[in-house]
Design a protein around this ligand. Sequence first.
Ligand code: SF4
Ligand code: SF4
Length: 208
Amino acid sequence: MEQTAKAPVLEFKPEIANPLVQEVMERSGQPLVACYQCRRCAAGCPVGEETGYITPDRLIRIINLGDREKALSNALVWQCVSCYTCGTRCPNEIMTGRITETLKKMAKETHVEPLKPKVAFFHDTFVKSGLRWGRLNEGEFVSFYELKNFFKDLSRFKFKAIYEEIVSQIKLALSMMGRKRLHFGVQSSKGRKELNRLFKKSKAKKQA
Ligand code: SF4
Ligand code: SF4
């Protein structure tokens, strides 16, 4: 009789899974263990087609099985657009968008190379710019973000990518200027000191 190939068996080892599940649950505030894999979240995720087999339900499954390496480095973590469609569809109110944010931070803390460096640059620059001024100044923010991309590409001799990025940003800038949507000035918010204080406090709380 012909032997059929056996599907790989997923092993659950609580001693490996529990620390990861607890950490992600505490930091994201999402009840991962309530997920029963109905896949309603996957059906509505707008980036599902670009992230291969990693859909929100599968990301949760990966965490619940304790696969830290895969949880910190997969396409959904870096391509999630934080639309929260997953959360509005989930019968257990699990917001996978908050989980992907948490995993990005965990990846950064443990020096895992981001799969999408531009997304990582965007986040870093956004937070730093926001803290500096208490609000976002588009001109300043985009300049720092593009400079980071430029030096990264330069260090890898990606001259074509640099050229394409410059052309695309010039086109975008001209189009925005035509609509009077590009602001070059720098404005600061009165509450920026308070924002910085809150940010430092939340960071200290996480490290405690
Ligand atoms: S919709 Fe909620 S319960 Fe269903 S698979 Fe997604 S996260 Fe899990
Ligand atoms: S928040 Fe992220 S994971 Fe959830 S539906 Fe939107 S893109 Fe997909």
